[in-house]
Design a protein around this ligand. Structure first.
Ligand code: PMT
Length: 318
C-alpha cells in the first residue's frame, strides 16, 4: 500500500500514529530484564492448575497518573491528579479473589497494602531509641504489622510489580483493568528542548500532540480474547454516562467504569452492553470491593462464553 493511500484509510492512519508514537519514544529502561520477569511471572501462573486444567487468571492493573516531560533532561513536567488509590485497592481485591496481578504503576503512587499507612511512613511510623536503634511507634504498630503481613502473603501468591501487557496466550483468562489516568497529550521526544527551557526567553508557547488511545489496539491486536475494562473520568456529571457508553462501543470494551472526580471514592457506574449498574461504597468499606466482585462475575461469564474459542485456538495451535 502506498503511503498516501495508507493515510486515506483511518484505520491504517491510526496504526501509523501508534507506530510513530512507539518508534519516536525513548527506549524503555531495562527492557529485557522486565520482559524476562514478565515471561517468568506469566509462565509460573499459567501452570497453576485445578484438576489438570490450567485455571489461574491474570489481571493487568494500570494505576496512577502519568507525567509528561517538557524537556529531554527533564526539569519540568505536566502531571495529573491520580493518586493510584483505585489501582492499589483493586489489586488487593483481585488478589483476594485468586487472581495473579501485574501491577503497572508509576513510582510514588499508592501501593497495595500500604493505604492505611501515613503519607510518609518512614518518618511517621518509626522512632529512634537511645540514638542507636529504631523501633515502630506504638500508635502505628498495628497498621505496620498488617501492611507487612498482607504484602508478604501476596508475594508468596505471586505479586510482582512490573511492566508489561504480554498476556495474549492466556486468552480469555487474562483481564486488563485500565484504571491509570494516562495523559492524552504529550510533546514528542524529537520536539522536546534538550536542556532546561529558559524563562528569560519570555512566555512559553508549546504545542502538545495527542497520545493515541491504545484501547482499540489492545482489543484488536494485542490481546483479542482478554476481558477488557477501561475507565471514564469526567468532572461534569451530565456527560459522564454518555461518554462511557460511547467509549464502550468505540473501543469494544467489555465494561467501562464511569466515575466523577469528586465522588470517585464513593460511587462508580459499571456500563456494559446489558445496562448500567451503580455501585456505592458501604460505610467502612472501599468501593473497590463490590466493584471487583461484580467484574470477577462478569469475567467468569466471559471465560465460559469463550470456551469454544479457546478450545478451537488450542487445537489449531497443536
Ligand atoms: O488514582 P485515584 O486517585 O484513585 O483515581 C482513580 C481514577 C479516577 C484515576 C480512575 O478511577 C479512572 O477513572 N481512571 C481513568 C481516568 C482517565 O484517564 O480517563 P480517560 O477518559 O481520560 O481515559 C479513558 C480510558 O482510556 C482509561 O481507561 C485510560 O487508561 C485509557 N487511555 C487513555 C489515554 C490514552 N492515550 N490511552 C488509553 O488507553
Amino acid at each position: 500500500m502506498s503511503s498516501s493511500s495508507r493515510l486515506d484509510d483511518p484505520e491504517e492512519s491510526f496504526m501509523t500514529e501508534v507506530e510513530n508514537f512507539f518508534n519516536t519514544a525513548p527506549p524503555l529502561k531495562d527492557h529485557s530484564v522486565i520482559e524476562e520477569k514478565l515471561k517468568g511471572f506469566i509462565e509460573r501462573n499459567s501452570h497453576a492448575s485445578e484438576n489438570g486444567v490450567s485455571m489461574k487468571r491474570i489481571v493487568c492493573v494500570t494505576s496512577g497518573g502519568t507525567t509528561v516531560p517538557l524537556e529531554q533532561r527533564c526539569v519540568r513536567y505536566i502531571d495529573n491528579f491520580s493518586s493510584g488509590h483505585r489501582g492499589a485497592a483493586s489489586t488487593e481485591c483481585f488478589l483476594k479473589a485468586g487472581y495473579a496481578v501485574i501491577y503497572l504503576h508509576r513510582r510514588g503512587t499508592c501501593q497495595p497494602y500500604c493505604r492505611s499507612l501515613p503519607d510518609d511512613p518512614l518518618l511517621e511510623c518509626f522512632e529512634s531509641v537511645n540514638g542507636s536503634s529504631v523501633q515502630v511507634q506504638q500508635a502505628q504498630a498495628e497498621a505496620v504489622r498488617k501492611a507487612i503481613a498482607n504484602h508478604h502473603a501476596a508475594l508468596q501468591q505471586g505479586l510482582l510489580q512490573m511492566i508489561g501487557v504480554a498476556l495474549r496466550d492466556l486468552g480469555s483468562r487474562a483481564m486488563f483493568y485500565l484504571a491509570a489516568a494516562v495523559s492524552d497529550f504529550y510533546v514528542p521526544w524529537e520536539s522536546l528542548a534538550e536542556h532546561k527551557i529558559q524563562s528569560s526567553a519570555g512566555p512559553l508557547d508549546m504545542r502538545l500532540a495527542q497520545v493515541p488511545k491504545m484501547l482499540s489496539v489492545l482489543r484488536k491486536d494485542w490481546a483479542p480474547l482478554a476481558f477488557c475494562i477501561s475507565f471514564k473520568l469526567e468532572t461534569d456529571s451530565h456527560i459522564l454516562l454518555e461518554k462511557a457508553s460511547t467509549a464502550l462501543k468505540k473501543y469494544n470494551m467489555h465494561a467501562v467504569v464511569a466515575n466523577e472526580l469528586v465522588t470517585r471514592k464513593e460511587e462508580v457506574t459499571v456500563v456494559t452492553t446489558h445496562g448500567k449498574i451503580c455501585i456505592r461504597r458501604e460505610a467502612g468499606d472501599d468501593v473497590e470491593n463490590p466493584l471487583i466482585e461484580l467484574l470477577v462475575q462478569k469475567h467468569t461469564a466471559h471465560i465460559e462464553g469463550n470456551k469454544g474459542t479457546m478450545e478451537g485456538q488450542t487445537k489449531s495451535n497443536q
